[in-house]
Structure formats: C-alpha cells, structure tokens
Design a protein around this ligand. Structure first.
Ligand code: PMP
Ligand code: GLU
Length: 384
C-alpha cells in the first residue's frame, strides 16, 4: 500500500516550513475558509447540551433525517434511514464500501485521473484497480466505449468523483446517462458516485448516477461536509445506497471505529439543514481563484490546462518539460516536476502519477489569492 500522496506532500511542505523555508502549499484539497458560524454554534451547543456518549454506529437519527432531506432537496434522491450510514469522513465511507463489496481479485474500475486514495483503498480490500485512461483532450472524462472496453467478468465496482478530484471535470447528466447505458449491460457492477464536491460546481448543474431509475439499486452516493463547509478536520462523511450495502457498512464500521464523533454529527445537522446558498460565498471565491490561477498559468510556456468546472483544482499537463534539464535538475516525469517546484520554487503541488495521470500535476487553488499569485510567479520564474 502506498502512502497518500496528497497527505505526504502536505506533510513534506509542513516539515520544510518548520525548517524555515517559505513554502506555499497548493498540495492539499483543503478550503482555507473557517467553518461557518451557524455550524460552529451548533457544535458549541452540542457540548453545552452534554453530548458525550458513543453514537449509533450508522449515525444519529436526526442527522440521518437531515441527510435524507438534503438528498431529496439537492439531488432529488429518495432514501430511508436504513439506507444511510454516517462515517468518519467520506474517506471512511469509501473504505467501508471497498471492504464490504470486494473479494480478493475483484476489479475496481477507476476513470483516470481518479482521486489518489481510491486505488489503495481498493488494494487494501484485496481489489485490483483498473484505471480507464482519459486525457486533457477529452476534458479528462472517460467515454462509454472506454468504460466498456475496461469491463471484465471480475469487474465489481466503479468509483468516480464528479466534480472530479483532481481534474475539476463535471459529468453532465447526458454524459452519466451514456455511461449508465453501458453499465446496465453489466448488472453486477456497483457504482460508487463520490459527490463530495457537489456544491463547488461552477456549471450550476449537478447530476447523480442514482437519479437514473435503472441505476438506483446499484449505486451508492457518497458525500460529506469536508469541502463545502470547510470542515475537513471535523471528519463527517456519509452514504446513501441499497439497504444491504448500508447494513454491511454499518457492521464493518461497528468493528473498526464505531459511530462518528458526537459533536461533529450535531454540527453537521445544522450544516445540512441550511440551504446551500449559505455557503455560496465560498463557491464564488473559488470561482474567482480558478480564473486567477488559469490566467497566470496561461502566461507560462509549455503548461497546458483545460477549464475545470468544479472542485478547487487545476490539473495541467506539464509533459512539455519531460526530458529537459532546468537549473541542473533533470525532469523525467511529473513526480520530478513536482519535486523541482518544491525545491526550486518553494511551491508544493502533487504529482499526477498519484492520480493515474503521469503527464500532469495537481494544483489546489483552495488558497488565498495572494498565495496563488505569488506561487504562479515563482513557478513562472523557475521555468523561464
Ligand atoms: N473523495 C474525494 C474526491 C476527496 O477529494 C476527498 C478529500 N479528502 C474525500 C473523498 C474524502 O473526504 P473526507 O474524508 O474529508 O470526507
Ligand atoms: N482529499 C484532499 C486532497 O485530495 C485531502 C487530502 C486527502 O484526504 O487525501 O487533497
């Protein structure tokens, strides 16, 4: 099992900073906003109300009800409480799913670029990751034909995120339908639709695979509050899906971590009961930063970008630099390139290799405009 490349890069940046280096961290997908006051107040109230005990393994009933209301309100998805499991972050939600669904040798289809942890979560559960390639020319989205070509009798799960980490690409309803048209021919494949960036979407249209009637019974929708509510450290994620899968996740979680943190669950009720318009100020800021980072990257020769439609990442193709020697450093691949930026420009990014796209690096723009501007200036200087 590999170390999480995103967390490893963030740790390295922290270490270098502690040594006195002026590192700008654009490696971690972590909003730089603070938690909205109405969420903080709910957490403070929960402490005052003496919430302290072990929680139900699959989450407080009140939180499950808030999740059910959210799924209906935002996604037109109907779930009952027995179809919902609250976990310690969406990462645990996905790990639970891999543990309960995969047997040794089962294949996990991963449209690439994919979020770094999917492949190792699958491997730990005995699964075999099967990346399905896509590139910048197709806006980093896979075609139905590529999906079909990757399916074998061992295919068990398809995991994707939309909006996508790391590419920012958003699958439209029509695009998802075209993928669903392939999947209906292979009824044993369970779809894990990771929608944690749902609200950080600049297209105003978010589609869920489970909205299709013929996919509902075999799709698990994953979401959480880390990204939209800037609650990364509060660790709450959740799923809605077929009851038999929810029951298995509940069982798994009950032996591994028990229910998620009581205070964070109470705070999440407040987060989800409020309309998404309450967090629009963050989405607007991300949209401005996307423009800023794309405008500045466009000034750097050899860096190719597409326009991401959501999340808070750009995923430039930097393969122009492969084989070149800059400031005495030979750059052969994206990992060399990311390390070069860290060493020479003091800017932390993440290699695309970790996401299954070896021509690219990921830049997170969940950072201040001042940091983004300075980081792009440094990158431009070292590359020129
Ligand atoms: N899915 C994706 C696509 C992510 O980027 C992240 C980021 N951490 C997660 C899941 C997990 O989120 P968390 O565990 O913080 O809820
Ligand atoms: N998901 C974020 C990222 O991709 C946070 C780090 C992690 O959990 O991997 O950077």
């Amino acid at each position: 099992m590999a170390t999480s490349a995103t967390l490893a890069m963030a740790a390295k940046a922290r270490e270098l900073r502690a040594e006195g280096k002026d590192i700008i961290g654009l490696s971690l997908g972590e909003p730089d906003f603070t938690v909205p006051d109405f969420v903080k107040e709910a957490a403070i109230q929960a402490i005052k109300d003496d919430y302290h005990a072990y929680t139900p393994v699959d989450g407080y009933v009140e939180l499950k009800n808030a999740i059910i209301t959210k799924f209906k309100r935002d996604n037109d998805l109907v779930y009952t409480p027995s179809q919902i499991v609250v976990s310690t972050g969406a990462k645990q939600s996905i790990a639970n799913l891999a543990q309960v669904l995969l047997n040794e040798g089962d294949e996990v289809l991963l449209p690439a670029p994919y979020w770094v942890s999917y492949s190792d979560i699958a491997k730990v559960a005995g699964g075999v990751p099967v990346p399905i390639d896509s590139g910048i020319e197709s806006d980093f989205k896979v075609t139905p034909a590529a999906l079909e070509a990757a399916i074998t009798p061992r295919s068990k799960m398809l995991v994707y995120s939309s909006p996508c980490n790391p590419s920012g690409s958003v699958y439209s309803k029509e695009e998802l339908r075209a993928l669903a048209d392939v999947l209906v021919k292979f009824p044993d494949i369970i779809v894990v639709s990771d929608e944690i960036y749902e609200h950080i979407n600049f297209t105003d249209a978010h589609a869920s695979m489970a909205q299709f009637e013929d996919m509902y019974d075999r799709t698990v929708t994953v979401n959480g509050v880390s990204k939209a509510y800037a609650m990364t450290g509060w660790r709450i994620g959740y799923i809605g899906g077929p009851e038999y899968i929810a029951r298995a996740c509940n069982k798994m979680q009950g032996q591994v971590t028990s229910g998620a943190n009581c205070i964070a669950q109470r705070a999440t009720i407040a987060a989800l009961e409020n309309p998404p318009s309450k967090i629009k100020y963050m989405v607007d800021a991300f949209k401005n930063r996307r423009k800023l980072v794309l405008d500045l990257l466009a000034e750097i020769p050899g860096i190719k970008t597409n326009e991401p439609e959501g999340a808070f990442y750009v995923f430039p193709d930097v393969s122009f630099y492969f084989g070149k020697t800059i400031q005495g450093v030979k750059i052969d691949n994206a990992s060399d390139f990311a390390l070069f930026l860290l060493d020479k420009a003091n800017v932390a990014t993440v290699t695309g290799e970790a996401f299954g796209s070896p021509d690219c690096i990921r830049i997170s723009y969940a950072a201040s405009e001042a940091d983004i501007t300075e980081a792009m200036k440094r990158i431009k200087t070292v590359l020129s």
